[in-house]
Design a protein around this ligand. Structure first.
Ligand SMILES: *Cc1c(COP(=O)(O)O)cnc(C)c1O
Length: 420
């Protein structure tokens, strides 16, 4: 459920007309709904509440500080994967005691920043990282609470670029090797190796791979305990899928029930790292039709948003529902068209072979499910400035990132001395 709906034939975010936002802020523009973010966070938190968990929003899904703050005010922690995300989470008011620092390749600088900030936990992904972390912790006179991310070798049955829990993926320590790694790193100074973490992929629409992976993790926790490790932390990652098209995703309540069944008996402090589930359907990308072009056997709708603004269709063949901001008359003929951006790449499209009522120059479209892995993945390819982000709250809205200008971009560049 989200808070984007038609009122008198016009699409609204909560009580604000998207046409009004496009008029005042310009197009393209990302628009997020506070009520939807809150609703999704609460639904997840309620679903897993029986486990008294720490719910850390995966900041990489949407890292705008106002979005993070919306969730932090409800008690959310943050899962961060870079110093940039760490700084954003802290700027948004997430206490360090609720921050988990993840990531497959943390440098010494990253580890120092995490320890200096006093994060709750560092999820390590290799023995080499743990050795480095030990050195840094000793140097700073700190003890780092660590969970080791295990790779359970489970097929999450999702898109190949967002599956992370198979042994051929770069993530985590292979479960077959992990017992020995715990044995060795437990002796390193400056570490409290207290946990097991896993995250098997994103956009999972089936509980089965979760069940399989969590059962392996639970068994592994018991094995570690029998080896004498004091395992108190269990981080179950994120990954719950959402509806872009017609997918039927498990509810947070079903997910929570399954988790409780499988890991409840361990008595661990459980944490979760949902990203997409919370932010995905809380955002839309508003874009305007520039031209309609008739090809020989194709109709192209050329819009002012492009792959640099929303790369998911190009990168993952992702489907995004695209709807007109002003509703088409009922019974309007459905035409088949490609909805494409202005960038000089054949891969620059947001939809192919899409059925829509006829469109004309200047019409506004809303690209749905654009709250996660959307604005955060934007680039300035073709010197297209980053588009603004707007947060709606009831009947008001605020620009939470202004539109870049070409001057902003050029200001970062300099001529070398020999060109003067
Ligand atoms: C990406 C990621 C998440 C969030 O995944 P979602 O599918 O957005 O819920 C959580 N944990 C880790 C380690 C990740 O890499």
């Amino acid at each position: 459920m989200d808070h984007f709906e038609y009122r008198n034939g016009e699409l609204y975010a909560e009580d604000v007309s998207l046409r009004l936002i496009a008029d005042e802020v310009g197009s393209p523009v990302y628009v997020y709904s506070t009520a939807t973010l809150e609703r999704h966070y609460q639904a997840f938190a309620n679903g897993v509440s029986g486990l008294d968990p720490l719910v850390c929003f995966a900041v990489k899904a949407n890292s705008n500080i106002a979005v993070i703050k919306t969730l932090a005010r409800l008690g959310a922690g943050a899962d961060v994967v870079s110093v940039g995300e760490l700084k954003r989470a802290m700027a948004a008011g997430v206490p360090a005691s609720k921050i988990i620092y993840s990531g497959v390749g943390k440098s010494e600088v990253d580890l120092r920043a995490a320890l200096n900030a006093g994060v709750h936990q560092i999820n390590a992904e290799s023995e080499a990282e743990l050795e480095l972390l030990s050195k840094v912790a000793v140097d700073l006179g700190e003890t780092a609470q660590v969970a080791i991310r295990i790779n359970p070798n489970v097929d999450a049955k999702t898109h190949e670029k967002i599956t992370t829990g198979k042994s051929e993926n770069k993530f985590g320590v292979d479960i077959a090797l992990a017992r020995d790694v715990y044995g060795r790193v437990a002796k390193l100074p400056g570490l409290r190796v207290a946990g097991v973490a896993l995250h098997i992929g994103s956009q999972l629409t089936d509980l089965k791979p979760y069940r399989e992976a969590y059962a392996k993790a639970a068994e592994f926790v018991e094995l570690l305990r029998s080896d004498g490790h004091n395992i108190t932390q269990l981080d179950l990652g994120g990954g719950l899928g959402i509806t872009y098209d017609a997918e039927i995703a498990p509810s947070p309540a079903e997910y929570g029930k399954m988790v409780k069944e499988i890991v409840g008996h361990l008595g661990c402090n459980v944490s979760f790292e949902p990203g997409r589930l919370i932010a995905g359907n809380a955002g839309v990308l508003i874009t305007q039709v520039i031209f309609i072009k008739e090809g020989i056997n194709r109709k192209f709708c050329i819009i002012d948003a492009a792959m640099n603004d929303l790369i998911r269709p190009t990168l993952y063949n992702a489907y995004h529902d695209i709807v007109p901001v002003v509703e088409a008359p009922t019974g309007a003929e459905q035409l088949t068209m490609d909805i494409v951006g202005p960038i000089c790449e054949s891969g620059d499209y947001l939809a192919k072979g899409r059925k829509m009522a006829a469109l004309s120059n200047g019409d506004l479209l809303a690209v749905r499910t654009a709250g996660a892995y959307a604005a955060v993945m934007a680039s300035v390819y073709n010197s297209r400035p980053l588009v603004p982000e707007v947060l709606v709250h009831g009947d008001t809205y605020s620009v939470i990132r202004r539109r870049w200008t070409v001057e902003d971009m050029i200001a970062l560049e300099t001529f070398p001395e020999w060109q003067s």
